[in-house]
Design a protein around this ligand. Structure first.
Ligand code: HEM
Length: 496
């Protein structure tokens, strides 16, 4: 039956009206989803020349247009950007992010974007991030890996916990290194995973169904309510402390993003200033920033480790490049530390940069994006859009299009990103949409490359990873691309 659903998606503009029992729908879709929804969507999009119309039951408001066409992307996210908003459905699904930038539209979004842009691109913040990252790797990540040498380790789990801990430190100023009452980032990380699971479910069942489940506290909605309480307790506690500390001059200079936000916001004048200083709003900002970075980076890190472990030629080139850069750079503390490339030399790691791009092309951490039409429109592909219709854009498919990437589009080949002169080739964002395109493009792209290059070069220099025999990597249904049964690897120390 699973195959028959997929083939009906392919052969018709899928109409589910005839399906008699609405209760069956969520279960069936869930199973298609768990059987690699991104791959299924990719095949469907290819069969339909990059765009298809999905018609749901008339009473469920589930119609949407799925697309991976670069011209449609440019139209929706850039040219006619004002006609396509995140919309109320998006806000309902992602309600746990509150009024943070992901859920904001219009003036509220503009204000947050401006402020966050200046905060995230601050050089001092970036220095602080690499310094603390180094400390964290030395005190938490490397001891964990050292203790598991020769044993089986789920590197996806390690990457997730490591990045959650780092983002708690960067956003809130608390993490494993600051042992105090705010320490319980482990249960918060778990709570966050449960929330994400509920959010995926909300994408594939009609709104009415999950709302009813919520009222009666059933299934993933039950987990959602419990987890949100765990997370909120932690966040509100920190927000209160940070607000009190804001009156102390030395605390105002701290680098954590929440404090930086409050200090920057103090200078701004606007009518909704009162709203922005409430505990709730500050909690939303903090959680949004943790969400923006934690999963995207842990997903990229674990997928890159997997691709490197299964492509020995790429591993050799990355390793060779680190060695070369290390020998040439006098600024590096060669031989005295396990961290050989300092922040200012990261730009020399061109091949690693290309390997990260290539990972993000094949496995975009956010595999799809959605928008809602505010008025009737026609897409460049000719598809008619009615007011209120949802657009689902597959970045996963876009990264695998033969027209853009050539016949070898399914191969992991970092070289495709490097020019004959040895520089990174620029691919326009409407063709490489991993960080989106248009006014809402990701604010953390440069920061992500900096952090990933710093982490990956240090990790690969010190450790070698091999796949555990028989472990199969397959995607799981989640908002952020991750591996269904984790990433089981065997770790050994390099003798360098
Ligand atoms: C590999 C890493 C990352 C990828 C692939 C990525 C991708 C994306 C994508 C696709 C969006 C658009 C989401 C939407 O509109 O619904 C986005 C937005 C955003 N990202 Fe990232 N991101 C990454 C890392 C980061 C990091 C580390 C930060 C910093 C904390 C960050 C901050 C943001 C912010 C603030 C937005 C909202 C922009 C807006 O709505 O105007 N991202 N990112």
């Amino acid at each position: 039956w699973r195959r028959s659903i997929i083939s009906s998606i392919r052969n018709t503009n899928l109409s589910l009206i005839e399906w008699p029992v609405l209760g069956v729908l969520p279960g069936l879709l869930w199973n298609v989803w768990t059987d690699n929804i991104h791959g299924a969507a990719d095949r469907t999009l290819k069969d339909y020349g990059g765009t298809f119309l999905f018609k749901g039951p008339w009473f469920a408001n589930m119609d949407f247009i799925g697309t991976s066409d670069p011209l449609n992307a440019h139209h929706i996210f850039s040219k006619s950007y004002a006609k396509y908003r995140k919309g109320e459905d998006f806000k309902a699904i992602f309600e746990f992010l509150g009024e943070g930038i992901f859920n904001a539209d219009g003036e509220a979004w503009k204000f947050q974007r401006q402020l966050l842009h200046s905060i995230l691109n601050n050089e001092e913040l970036q220095n602080h991030m690499t310094t603390t990252l180094k400390l964290k790797m030395e005190c938490t990540l490397f001891p964990v890996l050292d203790a598991r040498v020769g044993a089986e380790v789920d590197m996806q789990e390690v990457a997730k916990m490591f990045m959650f801990d780092n983002f708690c430190l960067w956003v809130l100023g608390f993490g494993y290194l600051c042992v105090d009452r705010h320490l319980d980032t482990f249960s918060c990380g778990k709570a966050y995973d449960d929330i994400e699971e509920a959010v995926v479910y909300r994408h594939i069942v009609p709104k009415g169904v999950w709302k009813i489940q919520r009222i009666f506290g059933i299934g993933s909605e039950k987990k959602f309510s419990t987890s949100i309480k765990v997370l909120d307790k932690f966040l509100y506690d920190v927000v209160k402390t940070k607000k009190q500390e804001l009156h102390k001059e030395d605390k105002r200079l701290q680098h954590e993003l929440l404090t930086q936000w409050m200090v920057a916001d103090e200078r701004e004048e606007s009518s909704d200033k009162f709203l922005r200083s409430t505990d709730k709003f500050l909690r939303d900002i903090a959680l949004t920033l943790i969400s923006a970075g934690r999963d995207t980076l842990s997903s990229t890190l674990s997928l890159l480790l997997w691709l490197v472990a299964t492509h020995p030629d790429v591993e050799e080139k990355i390793f060779g490049e680190i060695e070369r850069v290390m020998i040439v750079m006098t600024r590096s503390a060669r031989g005295t530390s396990r961290f050989l490339i300092c922040k200012d030399d990261l730009h020399e790691l061109v091949y690693l940069h290309a390997a990260i791009y290539e990972t993000l092309r094949l496995y975009p951490p956010l595999p799809f994006e959605h928008r809602c039409a505010t008025e009737a429109d026609v897409l460049p592909s000719g598809h008619k859009v009615h007011k209120g219709m949802r657009m689902l854009f597959s970045m996963y498919s876009m990264g695998r299009m033969e027209e853009t990437w050539g016949k070898d589009c399914m191969d992991f080949k970092p070289e495709r990103w490097i020019s004959d002169e040895g520089n990174i080739i620029h691919v326009p964002s409407q063709k490489f949409m991993t960080f989106l395109t248009g006014p809402r493009t990701c604010l953390g792209k440069a920061m992500s490359f900096m952090l990933l290059k710093f982490m990956v070069s240090s990790i690969l220099w010190n450790y070698k990873f091999e796949m555990v025999e028989g472990h199969v990597v397959k995607p799981t249904p989640s908002m952020v691309l991750s591996m269904k049964d984790g990433l089981k690897m065997r770790v050994s120390k390099r003798k360098v």
